[in-house]
Design a protein around this ligand. Structure first.
Ligand SMILES: Cc1cc2nc3c(=O)[nH]c(=O)nc-3n(C[C@H](O)[C@H](O)[C@H](O)COP(=O)(O)O)c2cc1C
Length: 238
């Protein structure tokens, strides 16, 4: 059984409060312990459960780079946007370009974090750099301002809808990667890194950086996740 299915099973086992396995020896063994024999991500809600924030990622992607690139592009392409404005943009970084990105983040953070506290940040950044790639999500402000001029009655809404579209695109990519057994986490080092990113990859001025998603093969499972009560969250009327 491949590691993703096993990690998925342990994740689903925890979120579904299934019985825990006997005393784990190591984190990886815990993650790999099969607990629910029949659960696979073959329907939307199983996939939604399988998508988690995974921090321990590696460079050994379970599918080829071309497939990863095509998956990310298609997930963003199929994501909805206000007036079908398609304002979401992405920079996909792999291999050395991914490493270069996290080095750039490190250098910017070094300027703002006191040296004596930097080791914690450095450890975190080492973890992100250990992944295989990153997707940087942007929203094209030219599209937003064009819509504001075109539909004056909705002018105040377009920046909000653009942010919502970005969130949908990010979630779509996160799910699509999970479906390929690729783990990911979402980071926000913008706007600190915006100018460097623009200069390094020749990004158009109108692209506003919104989030950075780090992805790779799963090395350890996600942390346990808790849920607030449904009655705090949902109102159903019928
Ligand atoms: C809008 C948004 C912003 C987030 N920002 C960060 C972030 O900057 N750094 C981080 O490590 N995780 C970030 N996360 C991940 C959340 O912490 C995570 O999704 C949440 O704890 C639930 O865990 P799960 O993703 O495993 O379901 C963000 C998630 C969302 C939806």
């Amino acid at each position: 059984m491949d590691p993703f299915q096993q990690i998925l099973k342990s994740t689903l086992a925890r979120t579904d409060a299934a019985p825990q396995a006997a005393v784990p020896q190591t984190l990886l063994e815990t993650a790999l312990q099969p607990q629910l024999p029949t659960v696979v991500a073959d329907d939307f809600l199983s996939l939604a459960k399988a998508r988690r924030t995974i921090y321990t990622l590696g460079k050994d992607l379970p599918v080829g780079e071309e497939e990863v690139i095509a998956t990310i592009k298609e997930a963003i392409r199929q994501a909805p946007s206000a007036f079908n404005s398609q304002s979401s943009r992405a920079l996909i970084l792999l291999g050395k370009e991914h490493d270069r990105f996290w080095e750039l983040v490190r250098e910017q953070l070094r300027k703002v974090i006191p040296a004596e506290n930097f080791h914690a940040t450095a450890d975190k950044l080492d973890g992100f750099a250990a992944a295989a790639g990153s997707v940087l999500f942007f929203e094209d402000q030219e599209v937003v301002t064009h819509l504001q001029r075109q539909y004056i009655a909705y002018a105040d809404n377009f920046p909000i809808w653009s942010e919502q579209s970005s969130g949908i695109a990010q979630y779509a990519v996160w799910l699509a990667l999970a479906e390929k057994h690729i783990g990911a986490n979402l980071q926000h080092y913008n706007p600190l890194i915006d100018l460097d990113v623009r200069a390094t990859w020749n990004i158009p001025e109108s692209w506003k950086l919104r989030a950075e998603m780090n992805f790779g093969n799963l090395i350890a499972a996600a942390d346990e996740k808790t849920f607030i009560d449904d009655d705090k969250r949902f109102i159903v009327a019928r």
